[in-house]
Write a new protein. Sequence first.
Length: 399
Amino acid sequence: MRFSPFVERIGGEGAEAWAIHSAAKAAMAEGADVIMLSIGDPDFSTPDMINAAAKSGLDAGDTHYTDIVGNPPLRAAIAAQHRRVNGQPVGPENVMAFAGAQNALFAASMCLTGPGDEVIALEPMYVTYEATIRASGATLVTVSQPESNGFRPDLASIEAAVTARTRAIYITNPNNPTGVMMTRGELEGIADIARRHDLWVVSDEVYSTLTFEGTHVGIASLPGMAERTATISSLSKSHAMTGWRVGWVVGPEELIGHLAKLGLCMLYGLPGFIQSAATKAINDGAQEVERMRGIYLRRRDLVYRELADAPGMKVLRPEAGMFLFADIRETGLSSTEFAWGLYRATGVSVLDASAFGKTAAGFLRISYTIGEEELLEGCRRIRSYLTGLSNRPAARAGA
């Protein structure tokens, strides 16, 4: 049987990134001694008050069709949070709710780009961007943000990648997987390129409330950027709500109108009781977000401390998020070989970062979304594996 050419566009190397995580998850389900450091799913339970809001909605019979763009209270709450975090003056008319940030990214891609367009994405980039961009028929153009510069934006390279076919620039701020948070100056440089070449910017800001150093700046808040920026975010990481699937796009009203038409034939609105829970999370969950942020900060410091001097590994201290980025090129193994070797030898699953683009080859993404005791044990096993590699005869000979 024949399939649409679309199925080719939604594949790509990034889709294979989760193989090691899937293997570890299956082994854990069978009782194996596995430590999962391969995915960014918070180990916290969704706060009780959010669960209660959903239950109240269910008890009240809120199980019918809802507004396709999102119910007014949720859109108002999202707009208010966006104003607080990004400093951009927006209202409910600038918001559409989606089933998670991934759904929002896909919808933005379909409404902003198409066949013949080119989309610039900064590497390392989140693994789904390749398929999400190509799904629209656009061509993905990756621009390396080099390790030698701490994976920070290379404005000259971004400028050089722009052609007459370029339609948009995708950025992730703070970045997943590196944990790098862009400065105002870096964002102003990207904004200048977008304005001069009349480009859209799709800004994935899922980790904007989980920052440790510096102040988050939303690129849409910069002069001349509100009308050309689609800001993506969600409640998945900030409120431990990955399974609830609540995300959104904030952008100009005309874009929201097009997204609504897509939503009409794709999503047809989020469940009402889910929206009630999301509204409660945004309006009254600030203390919970701060509590979780504090825990992630402690875990970040723990993992960084435990692995900073590990043999054959160099680690980047994340400025935000829930991942540590580790360079294992000194071991002589590829990141794929290392990740699978580590898992098979120790039961610790980490993500082979080559899935985030060629720039990330030779690196690992290590999640700190589990309890501190288990996290310490995971670090101990990683160090043990590295020590074993460094004691190999070939390694001692410098091969």
